[in-house]
Design a protein around this ligand. Structure first.
Ligand code: UD1
Length: 416
């Protein structure tokens, strides 16, 4: 069990380079099994989730090698079209393997996926999308069996723009002769990144990052190398950290356009933010005003993956904020921990009403999921005294050495 220890009260100063995005790397790793030969992922940040995904690739026959931050995946000896239970339960992204395995083997078997403890997280949209490509799917005893021998391209209309379902349908249609069009596709930047990766390996996809994606089937994908985009959620977390603790920071390897909803909220609250090419500079020297209303939405709306961190910021802002979570129903688990630190929050259905207080206090708290854990670190930055966060391994799923990044920004934090 990992524990983080923070002494609150320091202003943020300094500069940090943002890592490549977990949510871009995971589907790219899954997609690599469709490529012949060897794929090199440059700056492949080794989050816990990424390491678990690499174990899945290894288990089905990929040869994995590391060279500093780069990962090489050789796909010549793939021999297995199913994912072991232990992996499916641990990594929700194991579900991303369905599309690529169907493309490669014309069949796939996975157990129902696990992942972050933030709600029911169904996969009906993934399965419906694959059925539209004429995949025969049977769900038996906790397993999903897919038969793709008669797969055909088609028009796939998603009932909701799910990120994972969009990615799975894209990957499943890569080798289908003809055109597959996905309507109501998710528009998240990581989808455009998956498209760019696949096109770099020989695919013909257009529209990634918009609500209509067209995949023209190709015969094969080749070897190649690719650098994934930077992680907008980590960048956003550190911007919120600066708004909380005040100070002056510079974040490099950032695509500011991927965080416009956050940046506009922070500017309205009183922060000064300069957006440059691949860089954000931020300055904050006063207690900020509350954002009266925040609702999580699909991209380009306010991201659910920054909701907990934004909620923490509101606990010390001037005024009251109502935060509504529209994507994952149990994403307010952090609230009980924040109450221990002196926050004033009440929950009504899927909204949290946060009344700003002038001070939070250090406490022993527990991370119960990835983004909530990051939120607790932010609370610790401004809390009077010491905050201890146990079960911090949840945070490691999506932040690589968060304490080392925060130390560069002048935070007094260490791993016990
Ligand atoms: C991805 C991100 C996750 C982020 C989420 C929303 C990765 C690895 N993870 O997760 O960090 O929080 O997008 O931006 O990229 N849904 C269904 N049926 C389905 C699939 C989804 O009802 O088959 C619902 C979900 O319960 C949720 C909503 O659709 O309410 C959005 O989920 P989705 O976009 O699929 O998120 P993920 O791909 O799981």
């Amino acid at each position: 069990m990992e524990t983080l220890f923070i002494k609150g009260g320091r202003r943020l100063e300094g500069s940090v380079e943002i890592s490549t995005a977990k949510n871009a790397i995971l589907p790219i790793l899954a997609a690599s099994i469709m490529c012949d030969g060897c794929v090199k992922i440059i700056k492949c940040t080794r989050y816990l989730d990424v390491d678990n995904m690499l174990k899945i690739l290894e288990d089905i026959g990929c040869e994995i090698a590391f060279d500093k931050d780069d990962v090489y995946i050789k796909t010549g000896n793939l021999h297995k079209s199913y994912i072991k239970d232990e992996f499916s339960k641990k990594v929700r992204s194991s579900i991303f393997m369905l599309g690529p395995m169907l493309s490669r083997f014309k069949c796939a078997k996975v157990a129902y996926p696990g992942g972050c403890n933030i709600g029911s997280r169904p996969i009906d949209l993934h399965l419906k999308g694959l059925r539209m490509l004429n995949v025969k799917i049977e769900e038996r005893h906790g397993y999903i069996y897919c038969d793709g021998r008669n797969m055909k391209p088609n028009i796939v209309h998603l009932d909701f723009p799910s990120v994972g379902a969009t990615e799975n349908v894209m990957m499943a249609s890569i080798f289908l002769k003809g055109f597959t069009t996905i309507y109501n596709a998710a528009c998240e930047p990581e989808i455009e990144d998956l498209q760019n990766f696949l096109n770099a390996m020989g695919a013909k996809i257009s529209g990634g990052g918009t609500s209509t994606i067209v995949v023209e089937g190709v015969e094969r994908l080749y070897s190649g190398e690719y650098t994934p985009i930077s992680d907008r959620i980590i960048a956003g977390t550190y911007m919120i950290a600066c708004a909380m603790a005040q100070g002056n920071i510079r974040l490099t390897n950032v695509i500011p356009e991927h965080n416009l909803s956050l940046i506009s909220n922070l500017k309205q609250s009183g922060c000064r933010i300069k957006m440059l090419t691949n860089e954000v500079q931020m300055f904050c020297n006063k207690r900020i005003s509350a954002v009266p209303k925040i609702e999580t939405q699909v991209f380009p709306g306010f991201p659910t993956d920054l909701q907990n961190q934004m909620l923490v910021l509101q606990t010390i802002s001037r005024g009251t904020s109502i935060i509504t979570e529209n994507l994952f129903e149990t994403r307010f688990k952090i609230v009980n921990e924040l109450l221990k630190m002196g926050a004033d929050i009440t929950i009504h259905n899927k909204s949290a009403i946060v009344r700003g207080v002038s001070q939070l206090y250090g406490a022993n708290v527990t991370a119960s999921d990835l983004r909530g854990g990051a939120g607790l670190i932010l609370a610790g930055l401004v809390a009077q005294g010491y905050t201890t966060i146990s079960e911090a391994e949840h945070i490691d799923r999506g932040y690589k050495n968060i304490e080392s990044d925060l130390c560069k920004l002048n935070v007094d934090i260490k791993r016990l």
